[in-house]
Design a protein around this ligand. Structure first.
Ligand SMILES: Cc1cc2nc3c(=O)[nH]c(=O)nc-3n(C[C@H](O)[C@H](O)[C@H](O)COP(=O)(O)OP(=O)(O)OC[C@H]3O[C@@H](n4cnc5c(N)ncnc54)[C@H](O)[C@@H]3O)c2cc1C
Length: 397
């Protein structure tokens, strides 16, 4: 049984039911339609969907493609890397509403009789017997109920109730920024976002602009701890700040009228020391929260799901699941997680923190960084890390 139908839980459910393992997937919300939960589908996830025969269907969803970032520096436009250099059928990040990805995964899972999806089912307690987790109790709008299972997977996100209920602590680090997400309309011929993602810097603020086909998705990045100050300054001040960062948005920002049009992402980075105990496994954000650098949170949740399915299908089918199988999932996924979190911390410390502390009107890229990123072997590292993580993960069987 899986708690949480985010990318991790929905992918794990699909992978297990297609191999004949019965799965109940519990989701506290009544639908998948939530704003700004992360809409990036990386090359790694696209290759996994391709293995499952779903690549064509995911590309039928109206989408845009991001090939890499570009930003204006004191020495002109700088493109640190380009995903088009990846050796992959899908050398880009596909931008689709996350709700559509979740609908695709759960619709596909529903083709198998082993799959049961319970929406509006909010897990509030776990069932323990003889030192093992044996299921959960959940609440719907009508009733309270319980489900028993040989394995409970907590895929319930960054504020994981399951993690809290089993008493696992996440070790947190504090990244230097927070983010306000919002949408702006496309107007007429409009600006050219180059390879799909543009970063503008000015006096301690960063604006990240993503091309979303029929609108712009915009991230206003500011130093951690300043949210109350930014909010107190009000919506007019926010409009001005956006236009200072991107003067071509002068008309677009007029659509920002109410503070609730902005969604705060309190940027966090954390990792549980222990992801499992008898009868229980944590995956995705429940086990580790990533910062937005590289947009890898969904990718990593999906990769956790693939590794978990590869390792657990056989023991689940044979009724032989033991804690050592769950420990192996953590062992295989912990290093990639630590590595990418380290990479994010370095980027935050070396690039974002100085930019957020700077009073300059453009970002300065050190000559050494420009030189190193011209060397083919180094130039290809960031796209590989962002596209695939530390190593490519494939679905067995
Ligand atoms: C504002 C914002 C923007 C983001 N942008 C990006 C991005 O651009 N790219 C990227 O890769 N990542 C992004 N992320 C992170 C990304 O959304 C997560 O890393 C990813 O969704 C993790 O997937 P998951 O399946 O582990 O958890 P989640 O996607 O968080 O899914 C957990 C699910 O569990 C459900 N749930 C929670 N508690 C319970 C309960 N008690 N009972 C039943 N169900 C429960 C939730 O409703 C949710 O559907 C963003 C996150 C936020 C908050």
């Amino acid at each position: 049984m899986i708690v949480g139908a985010g990318p991790g839980g929905a992918m794990l459910a699909l992978l297990l039911v297609r191999r004949g393992v019965p799965v109940t997937l519990l989701e506290m919300h009544k639908d998948f339609d939530r704003e700004f939960r992360g809409d990036t589908v990386h090359p790694s996830t696209l290759e996994i969907l391709d293995q499952l025969g779903l690549a064509e269907r995911v590309h039928e969803i109206p989408h845009s493609k991001v090939y890499g970032p570009s930003f204006m520096t004191s020495k002109g436009l700088f493109q640190p890397f380009d995903l088009r250099r990846l050796k992959s059928k899908f050398p880009y990040i596909l931008m689709i509403p996350q709700s559509k990805l979740l609908e695709l995964l759960t619709t596909e899972a529903a083709r198998y009789p082993e799959f049961q999806l319970k929406m509006g089912a909010n897990v509030y307690d776990i069932i323990r017997e003889n030192g093992s987790v044996r299921g959960v109790r959940y609440q719907t709008s009508e009733t309270q109920a319980e489900i028993r299972a040989s394995l409970t997977v907590g895929a319930d996100g960054r504020h994981s109730r399951v993690r809290h209920l089993v008493g696992f602590e996440a070790v947190k680090t504090s990244p230097p920024m927070d983010v306000l997400w919002f949408k702006l309309p496309k107007i007429g011929a409009d600006i050219d976002a180059g390879s799909g993602l543009m970063g503008n810097f000015r006096a301690g603020r960063i604006l990240v602009i993503l091309d979303r086909l029929d609108h712009w998705q915009v991230a206003f990045v500011f130093p951690k701890g300043q949210y109350q100050q930014v909010k107190a300054a009000g919506i007019e001040s926010m409009r001005q700040a956006v236009v200072e960062l991107e003067p071509r948005f002068a008309e677009h920002v007029q659509t920002l009228r109410e503070w609730h049009q902005l969604t705060l992402l309190s940027v966090e980075s954390s990792r549980c020391l222990q992801w499992h105990q008898p009868g229980l496994l944590l995956i995705g954000d429940a086990a580790h929260v990533m910062t937005p650098v590289g947009g890898v949170g969904i990718n990593y949740a999906v990769q956790d799901a693939v590794v978990a399915a590869n390792l657990l299908t056989k023991p689940l089918l044979e009724g032989q699941l033991q804690d050592q199988h769950l420990a192996e999932v953590q062992r295989q996924r912990e290093f990639p997680t630590r590595f990418i979190q380290r990479f994010q911390a370095v980027m935050q410390g070396r690039v974002l923190a100085p930019a957020l502390a700077s009073t300059h009107t453009t970002i300065q890229v050190p000559a050494l960084a420009r030189f190193l990123l011209r060397m083919p072997i180094l130039r290809d590292l960031p796209p590989r890390l962002i596209g695939f993580g530390v190593k490519r993960v494939r679905v067995d069987g």
